[in-house]
Design a protein around this ligand. Structure first.
Ligand SMILES: [Zn+2]
Length: 258
């Protein structure tokens, strides 16, 4: 029976991944999310339902629009797969229904932010505010038994420290080097993380995301494809660092405290 449920959850995750793809395309362009059928960005033709099935259609169409042969970005398949796998993983790892629903909504929003920032170098306020809202609601739910905090004071202090940690970096960069390194979108995302995990998470998430950022940017810096002034989307690194903290946070702090 668990296999049957797992299969259903996987399909459900893939469908929501499909919805996430629509948001990833439309949110940065300020288009209506719900209304309006999906269309091909190449020929503007409406996509038939049988060409719009999560995971399957991409493979059956061989990654091309049926009408104009324009290539469909691999991102569509990747987002559907990641969402399906994340939903399945959360379903199998947690027993409590609140925890499963909460974490599933959270991961869906994080996946949208990850890919929107990667493609457009912005994080829509609507998504950042959704995370903050979720993080506040969580304080009034029964404890999830995870690295999330459930104390409203700790949560609020975390939010403020998260926001100002990035704000300070932006301010210093502006005054010392006269460049915009990061945006306030990153600061709002970090505020959300502080609200979720408390202030204790901020130093580690900042540290890990900087290391990850350096690791990925260093090769193109060396090849001179990018300069220190080039824009890099920092949101995806913050999100990966946050997920590492979610899974291994207690372990890291154990190491420091020993
Ligand atoms: Zn087309």
């Amino acid at each position: 029976m668990i296999f049957f449920y797992s299969f259903l959850i996987f399909l459900f995750g893939a469908s929501l991944g499909s919805f996430a793809n629509v948001c990833i395309y439309r949110l940065p362009r300020d288009k209506q999310i719900i209304s309006g059928r999906s269309f091909c960005p190449g020929c503007k033709k409406k996509i038939n339902w049988y060409d719009n099935l999560p995971l399957i259609s991409y493979i059956l169409l061989n990654a091309k629009c049926r009408n104009c042969d324009r290539y469909i970005s691999a991102r569509y398949l990747i987002v559907e797969l990641i969402t399906a796998i994340s939903f399945l993983f959360i379903f199998l790892c947690f027993k409590n229904l609140y925890t499963i629903i909460f974490l599933s909504i959270l991961i869906l929003i994080l996946i949208m932010i990850f890919f929107i920032d990667l493609e457009n170098f912005i994080i829509p306020d609507s998504l950042n505010f959704s995370i903050m809202g979720l993080a506040l609601v969580k304080n009034f739910l029964p404890s999830f038994n995870t690295s999330l905090v459930h104390d409203i004071n700790q949560s609020l202090i975390g939010g403020i420290i998260g926001y100002f940690s990035i704000w300070l970096i932006i301010f210093l960069y502006k005054t010392l080097k006269k460049i915009d390194g990061m945006g306030l979108g990153d600061a709002k995302l970090m505020a959300g993380i502080g609200l979720l995990f408390g202030w204790q998470s901020i130093p580690l998430v900042l540290f890990l995301s900087s290391i990850l950022g350096l690791f990925f940017v260093a090769p193109s810096l060396l090849k001179k494809q990018k300069t220190m002034k080039s824009e890099i989307p920092f949101g995806p690194f913050i999100i990966i660092a946050m997920l590492i903290y979610f899974v291994f946070g207690d372990f890291f702090y154990g190491l420091i405290l020993v």
